[in-house]
Design a protein around this ligand. Structure first.
Ligand code: C2E
Ligand code: MG
Ligand code: MG
Ligand code: MG
Length: 277
């Protein structure tokens, strides 16, 4: 009896797994096709603001994919697949080049681009970034690369060297989703990054009845004594904005301030801000 149940369960899991694998392979094929034709792939830009003054200081490039069969797909639904099947470097370099081109048209501001761990392990990363900066004529100091803590975990020599070369020419490095990984504080103490982005999961704990967060306070304090800037991600309420500003968080990003928009819209906001100043 147990044996028969076990076999049936086994058959069930196999079918479900088979279905998942098939869908994953389909998405992979569709992504290859989208990358070949450029159809459906797009980049949006979420503005970032200085907390104290409210001034626009830059934007983060976020990839979007309008899949012909599945509709709008979010990065979390296809970036992991691109990483698994070796498409991520080409995809991310496309994002990087488009983002740098866009930012080069803005009168000011930093462009932030997300990197994958795979890219950090590639010994040619820094060189490729330099050539994109040259082609797009963007000053290195206007580029910030975001890496997650997990990419640091296997901090190979290659990864370290890449980051060193990039920082030497003025490209800035931000630690994304800070606090969600395992070895966060070690990296802050090592001064290998310029900015810490406090993950939205901490920011969202600030709510009516819980107006402060000792964790965020600790991250901001530690960043300050380490000479790093802080950005809070996912700021959705006025209460969060006020609290984060009051404890000295430098930069705010979130739907309260601005949703992701087109490159031209960011440009228009910069021009507007300059005219108003
Ligand atoms: P991330 O780098 O932490 O980006 C922030 C995510 O939070 C974005 O989601 C953004 O739309 C969302 N967000 C911003 N403000 C708010 C808010 O106030 N409330 C809420 N609920 N969400 C907010 P998105 O675009 O879905 O991106 C998810 C993740 O996918 C990114 O997290 C990043 O790790 C990755 N990603 C996005 N674009 C790229 C890319 O071009 N290359 C790579 N390798 N990864 C990317
Ligand atoms: Mg990011
Ligand atoms: Mg983030
Ligand atoms: Mg995040």
């Amino acid at each position: 009896e147990a044996k028969r149940g076990g076999r049936r369960r086994h058959a069930f899991y196999t079918a479900a797994m088979g279905e998942r694998i098939r869908e994953r392979n389909e998405i992979e094929a569709e992504l290859r096709e989208a990358m070949r034709t450029g159809d459906g792939l797009d980049i949006v830009y979420q503005p970032c603001f200085e907390a104290r003054s409210g001034a626009l200081i830059g934007a983060e490039a976020l990839i979007r994919w309008q899949n012909a069969r599945r509709g709008a797909m979010l990065p979390n639904q296809f970036i992991p697949i691109a990483e698994e099947c070796g498409l991520i470097e080409t995809l991310n370099e496309w994002v990087l080049e488009q983002a740098c081109l866009a930012a080069a048209r803005w009168p000011a501001g930093t462009i932030s681009v997300n990197l994958s761990a795979v890219q950090l392990r590639n010994a040619t990363l820094a060189e490729r970034v330099f050539s994109i900066l040259k082609r797009t004529r963007l000053a290195p100091s206007r580029l910030e690369l975001e890496i997650t803590e997990t990419s640091f975990l296997d901090s190979s020599e290659k990864c370290r060297r890449n980051l060193g070369w990039l920082r030497d020419v003025g490209v800035r490095i931000a630690l994304d989703d800070f606090g969600t990984g395992y070895s966060s504080f070690k990296h802050l103490a090592g001064f290998e990054v310029d900015r810490v982005k406090i993950d939205q999961s901490f920011v969202s704990t600030i709510e009516p009845g819980r107006p402060g967060s000792p964790v965020i306070q600790a991250i901001v304090d530690l960043a300050r004594v380490s000479g790093l800037e802080t950005t809070a991600e996912g700021v959705e309420s006025e209460q969060q904005r006020l609290y984060l500003t009051s404890i000295g968080c430098d930069v705010l990003q979130g739907f309260l301030l601005a949703e992701p928009v087109s490159a031209a819209q960011v440009e228009a906001r910069f021009i507007e801000a300059q005219a108003g100043a």
